[in-house]
Design a protein around this ligand. Structure first.
Ligand SMILES: Cc1cc2nc3c(=O)[nH]c(=O)nc-3n(C[C@H](O)[C@H](O)[C@H](O)COP(=O)(O)OP(=O)(O)OC[C@H]3O[C@@H](n4cnc5c(N)ncnc54)[C@H](O)[C@@H]3O)c2cc1C
Length: 547
């Protein structure tokens, strides 16, 4: 039997697995991605939005421009429009700048965000090929298509996965030090680590249809939008522009008393679009799915982890399924790299679940609550909405205000913080609360390191190193002791002088751009601080089974 060896095996080359693999390779770790699909085989048409925080990660990986160059055409509106039907009367609109104007127009509801990378509209259909192409070009990353991972066994020393080449039928063994299951909602890896999905098994039924309709844009009474919500008493739905020309994804949210079999798919689509029986369109794909809120009760068994939809699924409101999965992956990636490079203690890996599980739980509730409040609004569409302009204006304000938090979810992008982590040196100050929409940038340990533009015009994030970065806001402070302690443990540390006034003179930012520590003077025991942030202060659990 053929044997391969790598340091990390990523099972599943969806957006989460591919980004994880890229980040590991970027950090100098050899990685194999095993993916069922053929090279170039598109995923199903799902996520339509890359969050700003994800774009920041793509920027660090050097692929933000590639991603931004794909997606909706540069002048296609990124707005969310509310209409009586797709071709009916428009009564409200959330204005979001198109790709061409994204960096220049800052007066929209997400224009105030302190980020070098605003969000981007691109369907997963177009995003994944860009990610796979960029990943395949990385020297330390090997992408194996048509490779199905069947199972694995693990010891204290490593993991051996059994995989099958779906083209030749050949079975092979892949030895690795860590395995990460990014194998989606039906994850086999989740099953094999004996993790269980808990949560809400039924939030609502959605009938999704991906259509081609070349004449639809011409029939619209207003400029096409990225998301067009049809709201009328007969049938309400949401439709996303996919290629910006002739393809759309329609989500028909069924009422609680409806089942997939009890509704007429074509009849509903015509009601949603506001078109008659002679209107021609082609169904490209269709999917009937039940919205759930499920989180695995563990993200790890010793050397094996799960990330992304393998670890959690929820209704795709607030655009945070894929984006939350990528955030998981980025939290795990630097810790794994630290262990494999030898500067982090293996016990650091306990911090991954401690940090991500509470955030995952919280985001899942935000998404579910949004789904439920929008379902209530759909059930309350006024009967006379098509007849009465005043009714439309009032209802338009309601749905506009309900939707801004999910489509401009600054809190989910930038506000979340890790407040129960064993590898963060807290200082007693509580991080500012955040909502789905709102947040306050903060340097409280655990928060995302606030972004600023440096005096020379660079983004702070571009100037920070790939490891830890000590931001020094007062050059008179001698930081040699901390630099020396980091060197003693081999921990990668960049010192970056920032010529700006700041509430604290020193801020230590982690490789994932979250604050690990801050202060006005050197810590009393720099080596102790370094040991905390590299996970060496976490007591080893005998059952962890990691070397
Ligand atoms: C209708 C809809 C709309 C959505 N909209 C949004 C949105 O706007 N924003 C957002 O953030 N998210 C959205 N999502 C969610 C998003 O699509 C998922 O969260 C995302 O695809 C998860 O990525 P993943 O890489 O974890 O899993 P997947 O995309 O499911 O990828 C898993 C991969 O693993 C491979 N695989 C599985 N088993 C094996 C195996 N044994 N061996 C090898 N390979 C294997 C599969 O082929 C697949 O490529 C939406 C989802 C749906 C259904």
């Amino acid at each position: 039997m053929r044997r391969l060896a790598t340091r990390v095996l990523v099972v599943g080359g969806g957006p989460v697995g591919t980004t994880l693999a890229m980040d590991l390779a970027w950090r100098g770790i050899d990685v194999i991605v095993a993916e069922l699909r053929h090279r170039g085989e598109p995923p199903s048409v799902k996520c339509n939005h890359v969050a700003a925080r994800t774009m920041e990660i793509f920027r660090r990986l050097g692929i933000a421009r590639r991603v931004r160059d794909a997606g909706l055409p540069h002048d296609h509106a990124n707005d969310v429009a509310f209409r009586t039907t797709t071709t009916g009367i428009e009564f409200a609109r959330i204005k979001i700048p198109c790709r061409r104007d994204r960096f220049a127009v800052t007066d929209g509801p997400d224009g105030w965000w302190p980020t070098p990378e605003p969000p981007h509209r691109i369907n997963q259909l177009f995003l994944e090929p860009v990610l796979v192409e960029c990943a395949s070009a990385m020297p330390r990353l090997s992408y194996m298509h048509r490779m199905k991972v069947l199972g694995f066994s693990q010891t204290d020393e490593g993991v051996t996965a059994e995989a099958q080449d779906l083209e030749s039928g050949e079975t092979l063994l892949i030895g690795c030090e860590y395995l990460v299951g990014c194998d989606g909602p039906s994850s086999e890896i989740r099953r094999q680590i004996d993790a269980r999905f808990n949560g809400d098994a039924m939030i609502g039924r959605t009938q999704s249809t991906y259509i081609r309709a070349p004449s639809l844009t011409r029939m619209m009474q207003a400029e096409p939008a990225w998301s067009t919500q049809s709201l009328n008493p007969r049938r309400s739905a949401n439709m996303f522009a996919v290629d910006g020309h002739e393809t759309w994804l329609i989500h028909n949210y069924l009422r609680p008393d409806e089942t997939f079999d009890s509704v007429d798919r074509d009849g509903c689509i015509r009601l949603i679009l506001g078109v008659g029986p002679n209107f021609e369109y082609q169904v490209l794909t269709q999917e009937d799915w039940i919205g759930r809120r499920m989180i695995a009760d563990r993200f790890r068994d010793r050397r094996v982890f799960i990330c992304g939809d393998a670890a959690h699924i929820w209704v795709p409101f607030a655009g945070f399924g894929m984006n939350a999965g990528i955030a998981d992956a980025m939290n795990l990636s630097w810790m794994l790299a630290g262990v494999l490079h030898g500067w982090a203690a293996p016990t650091i890996l306990d911090a991954h679940e401690a940090e991500r599980w509470p955030i995952t739980e919280q985001v899942s509730h935000y998404a579910m609550n949004t789904a439920q409040s929008l379902a209530r609004a759909r059930a309350e569409v006024p009967d006379n909405i098509e007849m009465d302009a005043g009714v439309r204006e009032r209802f338009g304000r309601t749905v506009h205000d309900l939707n801004v938090p999910q489509y401009c979810c600054g809190g989910l992008n930038f506000g979340y913080f890790y407040d129960r982590s064993p590898i963060i040196a807290y200082d007693g100050e509580t991080a500012p609360p955040y909502t789905m929409y709102d947040f306050t940038p903060s340097t409280v340990p655990g928060c995302r390191t606030p972004h600023v533009w440096l005096g020379d015009g660079r983004s702070l994030y571009d100037a920070m190193g790939g490891g830890f970065t000590l931001l020094r806001f007062d050059r008179s402070i001698d930081v040699e002791n901390l630099a020396g302690a980091a060197a003693t443990r081999g921990l990668p540390l960049t010192i970056l002088d920032v010529d700006a006034r700041h509430e604290h003179k020193l801020l230590l930012s982690r490789p994932d751009q979250h604050v690990a520590w801050r202060g006005d003077e050197m810590p009393d025991d720099p080596l102790r601080l370094i040991d905390v942030i590299r996970g060496a202060a976490i007591p080893a659990r005998p059952s962890a089974g990691i070397a």
